[in-house]
Design a protein. Structure first.
Length: 122
C-alpha cells in the first residue's frame, strides 16, 4: 500500500511531543517485517482515510462506560506496543501519545494509519 507520493520524505526520528499533532504514524508490514514511520500530515492525502462515521458517538460511549483510550507517555512506547498489537486495532480506536489524541484511520491491508484527532475531527 503506497501512502505517499514519490519524493515525499518519511520522518526517520520520532517527532518531539510538541510536534506530534503535525504527524501521522504509519505502521506497515512488508515481507514479514514490521516498519513504522512518522509522516508529516501535510504530505499525506488524509481524505483517503475518512474519519470513522460515528467518532463523536464513540467518544461519548467510551466516556459513559468509564473506558479510556490507550495512553502512552512516550512515543517510543506507543510505537512498540502498536507494532506488536497492530492486528488488534480497529478503525476509530483512539490512542493518546504523549498527550496528543490520535485516531486509527486504517487498520487493514498490511498498514495501520493513526492521525491526530485535531486533523480529522469535523
Amino acid at each position: 500500500m503506497l501512502l505517499i507520493a514519490c519524493g515525499s520524505a518519511r520522518h526517520a526520528a520520532t517527532p518531539g511531543a510538541e510536534e506530534l499533532s503535525d504527524f501521522v504514524l504509519v505502521i506497515e508490514e512488508k515481507n514479514g517485517q514490521v516498519h513504522h514511520s512518522w509522516q508529516r500530515a501535510t504530505e499525506l492525502d488524509l481524505s483517503r482515510f475518512p474519519p470513522p462515521k460515528c467518532l463523536e458517538e464513540y467518544l461519548i460511549c467510551l466516556k459513559l462506560q468509564g473506558s479510556h483510550a490507550l495512553q502512552f507517555h512516550a512515543a517510543s512506547d506507543a510505537v512498540e506496543w502498536l507494532r506488536r498489537n497492530r492486528t488488534e486495532l480497529l478503525v476509530g480506536t483512539m490512542v493518546i501519545i504523549a498527550g496528543v489524541a490520535f485516531v486509527t484511520l486504517s487498520a487493514g491491508a498490511g498498514a495501520v494509519v493513526l492521525a491526530p484527532m485535531v486533523l480529522v475531527a469535523g
